[in-house]
Design a protein around this ligand. Sequence first.
Ligand code: SF4
Length: 516
Amino acid sequence: MTRRHLTILDPLATSPVTPRGGSHPSSPLASPLNDDDDHFHDQCGVFAVYGHSEAANIAYLGLHALQHRGQESAGIVTSDGEAMYAHRAMGLVQDAFSAEGLQKLPGRIAIGHVRYSTAGDTHIRNAQPFAVDSARGSLAVCHNGNLTNADEIRAELEAEGSIFSSTSDTEVLVHLAARSKEIAIEDRILDALARVKGAYSLLFLTSDAIVAVRDPRGIRPLCLGLLPSRKDVHVIASEPVAFDLIGAEYVRDIEPGEMLVIDGAGVRSLRLREEQQPQSCIFEYVYFARPDSKLNGRSVYEVRKEFGRTLAKESPAEAEVVIPVPDSGVPAAIGYAGALGIPFEMGLIRSHYVGRTFIEPQESIRHFGVRLKLNTVEEILRGKRVVVLDDSIVRGTTSRKIIKMVRGAGAREVHLRISSPPTEWPCFYGIDTPTRRELIASSHSVDEIARYVTADSVGYLSLHGMLDAVTRIGDKSSDSNKAHYCHACFSGRYAIPFAPLPESTSSSSKRRLSEV
Ligand code: SF4
């Protein structure tokens, strides 16, 4: 077989860029913003295009639409059938690529990735896609998820002489595929996947094909699209919202345990060797996915509104106005307000221009960090009983600051409503979460949380209510089996159990995960 050449256009010395709206953890300017971003953090977004003369440009636009899934680094690898070309850099998609740089990525097929680190350090060496040359040709891969047995496999491979260039869990896949005795690429990938456990939505690029895989439980999303004007141009993305920007049509979600091979012969669907009950991440509907996306045939926006309506039944509040914590709380607040006949207003306004040039004042200013992102509209809040609606509470620190701001703007009462159940458990499937002890709901009752955040009352959506709401929305193609959703961060019922339970899934923590 002819040896392919890989061109890495970016030296790994590319300077880190502080992302807008989410700070680079190593930045000295990062902490005030991070302190006020009390969310589970999204993982990564992946995108692929097959059969387009401007593959790199299409991938760039796809990644741009998936920017909310990761802001630390971005990368694209293309193939022109002879060679592969790669560019990876820290920062947002628009900072990582220039028009000139994209021109240096020729070819009709491409895969791309935006990353928020969940396993491995925050460093350019962990930016994806990973691309390697081997005796059997070049192979590139990018990954959304987390391999729970990557440490074990890595130790094994290192003991046998493999040399890793990153600390990311994804790199073990490239090594495993390279060591497979199989000839066909799909068989080599199947071999590699037979060894790994955990959550993965993967895109592989060879010189002339794209292989897309979703893990047997389908924990992280992945979907297929088509350019309507060009029936031979296929696209794949973490969320179909990436198709809208390039005028592609959503075809379908890639099924749990399905492998799609797209090459000159068309699209082939294969099954992974391992079969499992589907367990797609319900938190995608709560917060991770964009509200204008569809997952499993369901509008994320409509699901969030239904969360709000269900929450109104379960935990009504007597109030004169319902305000969301923007942007993620907006659809649920509309649903909540509509169900109770209370006016919906934007009592909090989000600034979309934070994080780039930030100087912290020497003298302390009340709620300074949170005010960078949010400010109150006094005219809406003064003298009112207010419901503040947010999608989740992680540590409770931001909720406390927001409620103090709302009271400071003259609200008479503040009732906090959360459109998901209490987040009591960390996620081990590709989401960056704090330690269990840092999750306020793991050790505090709802009344205690209300006291901490200084709310007059706190109400959460129940787990039943959340599952009912998700399965009420959608069409016939939507999976309405409630057992097919992962809700481990709410319930502690992990589809892949761990022993011992690790302290954290934070990217900075040492992983001690193993499947039992
Ligand atoms: S534990 Fe929570 S965040 Fe993680 S995959 Fe399951 S539902 Fe999603």
